[in-house]
Design a protein around this ligand. Structure first.
Ligand code: 1BN
Ligand code: ZN
Length: 333
C-alpha cells in the first residue's frame, strides 16, 4: 500500500513542517537517507534510448513567467471561489482554436460540495498512444483567507503547460498524442487524506478507466512546484523508475542534470491515481522550496521566489522526455 507521507533526506524537515500553514502538512514528511547517484540506483532498469538528435526543445520562459504573474494576479484560487473560476477561464482562453474538453463534477468534501473542473487539451499524433502532461491549478483551500497565491504551488506548472501548448500548437505530430491536463481540486480542503485530496485527478483517472482511455496512456508526466529559482527536482519513489530514468537522461542531454534527482522523496500527488492503475508516471516536483520547504503552503509562495530559467529547465526537459519516448520502439510496462 502506498504510504500517505513524503520521505525526505533531511532530518530537520520535522522542524519545517511546524512552520507549514496547514494541519495536513505536519504529517506529510519523514526522514530518509540521501539517494545514491542515479546511475547507481538499483531499481533503475537498463534502457536502450534512441540517439540524441535534433535541436533542443524550445520554451519561451519569459512568456511562461508572464502567465505565472497573470494567474497569481487573480489572488487566492481555492475551489469554489470567484478567482478559481477566473483562472479556469484564463486557461481555456489560451486554448482557443485547440481541441480541449472539460471533465466536470461535484466533489463532496469535508467543507461541503464544490464544482470541480479538469481541463484537457488534446494535441493528436498519428502513433497509437497518449502521453499526458498534468498540473493542478487550484490553490490551497485552508489558506483561502490569507494572501496566499500559490505562485509556485499551482501557478508555475499550470503556466508551463500553457507554454507547452504554445510549442505544440500547429505542429504536425507523427508520434504519440499529447494531452495536457490542468486538473482541479488537488489540495485538501481540511486535512490531507486519501478522501480529502486529489479530487479532480481521481475523478479523471476513474473516468479514463471506465472508458478504457487509460489503456492508451503510455506515460503520465506531472509537474508541481517547478518554478523555484533554486530548482531541485526530487526523485520520487512513487513514480515509475524507468520513466524517471528517461526524464533524467532527457535532463542530461540538455545539460540540466544538476537540477534533477540529487535526493529521494516519496510523494503523494496527482500521479497517484494513475500509478495505482499501472500507468507509468513521473512526478517532477521540487519539494524543497526555501530551506526545508519553508515557503510551501505559506503566503511566502510568491512570484519573487521563482525564476523563468526554472520554467525553461523543466519545460524543455519534459519536451525532451516526450521526444525520447516518441522515438523508443517499445516502452517498458
Ligand atoms: C503538492 C503541492 N501537494 C500539495 N501541494 C501534494 C502534497 C501533499 C505533497 C502533502 C506533500 C504532502
Ligand atoms: Zn499545495
Amino acid at each position: 500500500m502506498i504510504r500517505k507521507r513524503i520521505v525526505l533526506s533531511v532530518l530537520a524537515l520535522s522542524i519545517a513542517v511546524v512552520f507549514a500553514a496547514c494541519e495536513h502538512d505536519k504529517d506529510a514528511s519523514q526522514v530518509r537517507a540521501q539517494s545514491p547517484p542515479p546511475a547507481a540506483e538499483a531499481s533503475v532498469p537498463k534502457l536502450s534510448l534512441p540517439p540524441d538528435s535534433g535541436p533542443p526543445p524550445a520554451i519561451d520562459s519569459a512568456r511562461a513567467m508572464q502567465y505565472v504573474k497573470e494567474m497569481v494576479a487573480f489572488g487566492p484560487r481555492p475551489i469554489g471561489s470567484t478567482n478559481h473560476k477566473k483562472v479556469e477561464d484564463y486557461i481555456t482562453s489560451h486554448l482557443k482554436g485547440d481541441v480541449f474538453e472539460e471533465d466536470t463534477f461535484t466533489a463532496d468534501t469535508p467543507e461541503g460540495k464544490f464544482p470541480v473542473r479538469n481541463i484537457i487539451a488534446k494535441f493528436p499524433g498519428t502513433r497509437d498512444g497518449i502521453i499526458v502532461i498534468a498540473s493542478h491549478y487550484d490553490t490551497n483551500y485552508p489558506l483561502r483567507h490569507t494572501s496566499y497565491v500559490g505562485a509556485n504551488d499551482g501557478a508555475s506548472s499550470s503556466a508551463l503547460l500553457l507554454e507547452i501548448a504554445n510549442q505544440l500548437r500547429g505542429k504536425k505530430r507523427d508520434r504519440y498524442s499529447i494531452w495536457l491536463v490542468w486538473d482541479d481540486a488537488e489540495e485538501a480542503v481540511k486535512t490531507w487524506t486519501d478522501a480529502d485530496s486529489l479530487y479532480g485527478i481521481r475523478h479523471l483517472a476513474q473516468k479514463w478507466q471506465d472508458d478504457e482511455t487509460i489503456k492508451k496512456i503510455k506515460a503520465f508526466l506531472l509537474a508541481d512546484m517547478i518554478g523555484d529559482a533554486d530548482l531541485n527536482i526530487d526523485r520520487d519513489q512513487n513514480s515509475t523508475p524507468w520513466l524517471e530514468e528517461v526524464v533524467y537522461q532527457a535532463a542530461t542531454r540538455l545539460g540540466y542534470q544538476s537540477h534533477f534527482f540529487a535526493r529521494d522523496n516519496q510523494v503523494i500527488d496527482d500521479h497517484i491515481p494513475f500509478v495505482q492503475r499501472g500507468v507509468p508516471c513521473a512526478d517532477l516536483i521540487d519539494f524543497d522550496y526555501g530551506y526545508n520547504n519553508v515557503f510551501w503552503h505559506t503566503p511566502q509562495d510568491i512570484v519573487d521566489r521563482l525564476s523563468p530559467k526554472s520554467l525553461e529547465i523543466v519545460g524543455s526537459t519534459i519536451l525532451e522526455t516526450v521526444g525520447i519516448l516518441d522515438k523508443m520502439d517499445t516502452l517498458p510496462k
